[in-house]
Design a binder for this molecule. Structure first.
Ligand code: AVJ
Length: 314
């Protein structure tokens, strides 16, 4: 809704609300989910093709090389519930071992429609039942009468973007959705030398930098902001306590920015923290899974031990 001063109302608009709150805090931060507008999603796709960003290739290679083990683990169950749709070929590799229906859950309806269409055309007899929700909200997955066991699929290291409380809450919700005999397959990035990790989030072609800076562009376009993009710089930093790679936007000078009728001051070197990507070990992931009511039954890795895919039971 537009105010008299032509700014977006932070009470009505969730993006405006998050931006105003995040930039008003002592330590400035913005939720990473706002990185994925149309341009952001396209830039992320491009990131997955950079040499330095090994995650997608490593996870896909596990799904290919261990396809029959994974099919054994899901035991031709019915109902694949995918948290955060849009995993593309990864989903197709798991779906090969499953029966109806496929239930992708995603907040972005465009993504969801595209995924549903693609899967439906690859698997013509598969029943696709998309749910347009933020998977962190509390909601039910309607029972559809097929009576089969359920499998959850949460690939892509998206789990890594959640803090401990969010991750536990989602695991507990997955437990409710999937039931006592449910199973889940979750992909997370593994801890490794910090140089490799940081390079993955600061590729030499500058695609990750463009992805991060696009958030400021988005604020300018959608919230009438006046960020000067050339006065901010992308940085990837390792947080040893959180075991996470963080993306930041670093202010290159003392400056002020106006949006939604408010002014925000930035000191030289002050940053906006835009994303954390947590990295796990087999042990730390196992602890997390337990805290959310799950047991690790299977652990698969790629040949280089970069990425982990975990098969969970209750
Ligand atoms: C899609 C959220 C898993 O954290 O590695 C890629 C997003 N951010 N480069 C990740 C991302 C910077 C990615 N996830």
């Amino acid at each position: 809704m537009l105010h008299a001063n032509n700014s977006i109302d932070p009470v009505e608009n969730a993006f405006a609300r998050d931006v105003v709150a995040g930039l008003s805090a002592d330590v400035k931060t913005l939720p990473s989910r706002w990185l994925y507008d149309e341009r952001g999603s396209a830039l992320f796709e491009e990131i997955t093709r950079q040499d330095e960003y090994y995650l997608t290739r490593a996870e896909t290679s596990i799904l290919r090389e261990r396809q029959s083990d994974i099919a054994d683990f899901v035991e031709s169950r019915a109902i694949l519930i995918e948290y955060g749709a849009g995993a593309g070929v990864k989903t197709e590799l798991v779906l090969a071992g499953l029966r109806d229906p496929y239930v992708p859950i995603d907040i972005a309806d465009a993504f969801l429609a595209e995924t549903s269409k693609r899967i439906a055309s690859r698997f013509p007899s598969l029943w696709v039942r998309p749910i347009e929700r933020n998977f962190l909200d509390v909601f039910e997955v309607p029972f559809d009468g097929s009576g089969g066991c359920r499998t959850g699929f949460f690939p892509g290291s998206t789990m890594g973007n959640l803090n401990t409380i969010e991750a536990k809450t989602l695991l507990a919700q997955m437990g409710r959705h999937l039931g006592d005999d449910g199973r889940a397959i979750i992909g997370v990035d593994l801890q490794k030398n910090v140089d490799t990790l940081l390079r993955a989030y600061d590729d030499s072609a500058g695609v990750t930098a463009a992805f991060n800076l696009n958030l400021l562009e988005r604020i300018n376009t959608e919230l009438g902001g006046d960020f000067r993009l050339e006065q901010f710089e992308h940085a990837a930093r390792w947080n040893e306590i959180e075991k996470a790679v963080e993306m930041h936007l670093v202010s290159l000078c003392d400056q002020r920015v106006t949006l939604c009728g408010r002014t925000f001051n930035f000191r030289t070197s002050e940053t906006i923290h835009t994303e954390s990507s947590r990295k796990y070990t087999a042990e730390s992931f196992e602890r997390l899974a337990r805290s959310g009511g799950w047991r690790v039954a299977e652990a698969w890795q790629d040949a280089d031990g970069l990425f982990g895919l975990f098969g969970l039971t209750r």
